[in-house]
Ligand binder design. Structure first.
Ligand code: FE2
Ligand code: FE2
Length: 273
């Protein structure tokens, strides 16, 4: 990992969110918008879960990777906050979405052991890394969508792939177990599906599109189409359940440089475990 990756692809203050920025497709637009509404609080949750155990990191390399992880996630949270402000200005109830997630995270932080919260971070980081891989492979945010929004998603995706092993490495050093992370993935995967769906449905309803046949057709396409989420990500998510799973064993780090080139940046030198 490298901190030089932590650049904002677009100035936060100048962010502009076109209405249907994903090829005029409201379902795909709002799927990504819904993910965006989860990020600022989600990423702050990852940071605090990791900080709870940073003293367990023994190697200087992992200590540095934790610092880089925190910087990257803070930057993501900042840009997605600006993104979400655009959604609020467009009339979507972002405050309601933030309250829901705030209550859920606070409940967890009050009642769930910190190592379990770290396991949830490990599982969620795997999901974001898988989604990031698909973005960088050109399957989820292809050419032809709004170029500024594409930049943001590519930037976020490449940093998710870049730091995908950090939470897992720390979890192992902190004494986390296989069953803890398995249970965490079951919780995390269903939670993300639910949290994303209710936000997406809210935005489609607000646009007056929720009860149209075309919307449900587009939804089926997003889920089960040739490049739909189910065929794209299911197998990669399931790899997490293998007892010997470790994110770094799936070596897709070349995609980080690919993403940098898509953003017009030089490939970075000398990275990765
Ligand atoms: Fe992130
Ligand atoms: Fe992340």
């Amino acid at each position: 990992m490298h901190t030089e990756l932590t650049i904002h692809p677009v100035p936060v203050r100048a962010m502009n969110l076109p209405k249907l920025w994903y090829q005029n497709n409201p379902v795909k637009t709002h799927f990504f918008n819904a993910l965006s509404t989860l990020f600022p609080q989600g990423e702050n949750f990852f940071i605090s879960s990791i900080r709870n155990f940073e003293h367990c990191a023994r190697s200087p390399a992992l200590k540095q990777q934790i610092l880089d992880f925190v910087t990257q996630e803070k930057n993501h949270a900042a840009i997605h906050k600006a993104y979400n402000r655009c959604l609020a200005r467009a009339g979507y109830d972002v405050a309601w979405m933030e309250t829901l997630l705030h209550d859920k995270i606070s409940f967890g932080q009050k009642h769930v052991p910190p190592l379990v919260l770290l396991a949830v971070t490990v599982a969620t980081e795997h999901i974001t890394a898988v989604l990031g891989e698909k973005v960088l492979q050109g399957d989820l945010v292809p050419e032809g969508i709004d170029p500024e929004l594409r930049k943001i998603w590519i930037w976020h995706a490449l940093e998710e792939v870049d730091h995908k092993a950090v939470a897992m490495d720390l979890f192992v050093e902190a004494g986390g177990t296989y069953w803890q992370r398995v249970r965490a993935m079951l919780y995390s995967a269903t939670g993300i599906c639910w949290d994303t769906s209710i936000r997406m449905f809210h935005m489609l309803k607000r646009d007056g599109l929720l009860f149209k046949w075309k919307t449900w057709w587009q939804l089926a396409e997003l889920m089960f189409g040739k490049k739909g989420l189910v065929p794209l990500v299911t197998w990669d998510i399931l790899r997490f359940f293998a007892p010997g799973f470790h994110p770094a064993r799936h070596n897709n780090y070349g995609l980080v440089d690919h993403g940098r080139r898509l953003l017009g940046l030089e490939a970075a030198a000398g990275h990765f475990p």
